[in-house]
Design a protein around this ligand. Sequence first.
Ligand code: FNR
Length: 348
Amino acid sequence: MDPINLFDYEQLAQQRLPAVIWDHIQGGSDDSLTVRANRQAFERLRLRPRVLVDVSVIETHTTVLGTPIQLPILVGPTAGHMLAHPEGECATAQAAEQAGTIMIVSGFSSRTIEDIRASTQGPLWLQLYSYHSLEVTGQFVQRATAAGYQAIMLTVDTAHLGHREQDIRNNFQRSRFVPLANFIDNDVSETPLRHLVDTWETVDWLRTITHLPIILKGILTPEDALLALQHGVSGIVVSNHGGRQLDGAITSIEALPDIVQAVNGGCEVYLDSGIRRGSDVLKALALGARAVLIGRPVFWGLAVNGGAGVHHVLELLHAELTMSMALAGRPTLSSLDPSLIKMPERRV
Ligand code: FNR
């Protein structure tokens, strides 16, 4: 089968990856309620297309924190790309550059952040948790700065690692398959992480040790979005971690409108969790996201065809977004607004 959409990639990747790795990538926490809800929430939204608009030219380029990108779709931070391909994050970074977008490298990458940086000219951001000491975290931020990473994304929804039952049943340990390349010398293990005690003070501390813009990933309420603004962040990612943290958490796309309203332009707002179609991207942007991130589909591309697979995944989403914009009569990103969306009736 030649994959023509992300679900084809998903199916092919499942055939190629060992079951324990597949389960780890796909897995949600507890009952995977939020994993399923992420898709259902996008599927429930209906679009209100406008007609007889000149859509001969469709423009999808934009900027995120001032960096130009060709499509409003970023490679989200996910740990251990060597789980899916021997070149790991280096292949992914090249694919992101080719597609004209940014890769956000997970601190738990299986290639070092310096190797990844050396493998591409494209813009890179670094995601981190705060690790077992502020010293280790601080040194890591300095390394990323020296290597030329352009922003720091602190993930804030992982006070504990979600209860991923499939991983527990399989006794999955990432370190059996791939290295925590960045921390070979630091004795950092995935758990326990120091961020068990992360608070808003950690964000303030981070601001004192770096001049890079800070983005918080894992915000789901307007209350926390406003706090993030007060603590001086440049961006937030509305995210439920792809349903891998709090099971039953609100979906990102449902949380987005209230958050965008509360933030009121005070920082950039991105979204992830469940993006699989160009029309999902369209819906998120119409409701006020500046860009979206993808997580699992990157692994699917890697598993099927390495960097070329990731590039194709991004191209497919880009092409679908372009088509959706044309059919919706919205030829530019600035023409997107909430009037494109018919919100589902609220049921009590
Ligand atoms: C993740 N995610 C994640 N997030 C993060 O901030 N740091 C990390 O190291 C990881 N690692 C990771 C590994 C794997 C295998 C998955 C599937 C996910 C979460 C990720 O950034 C993102 O929030 C979700 O994957 C988005 O949902 P979708 O696109 O997978 O539905």
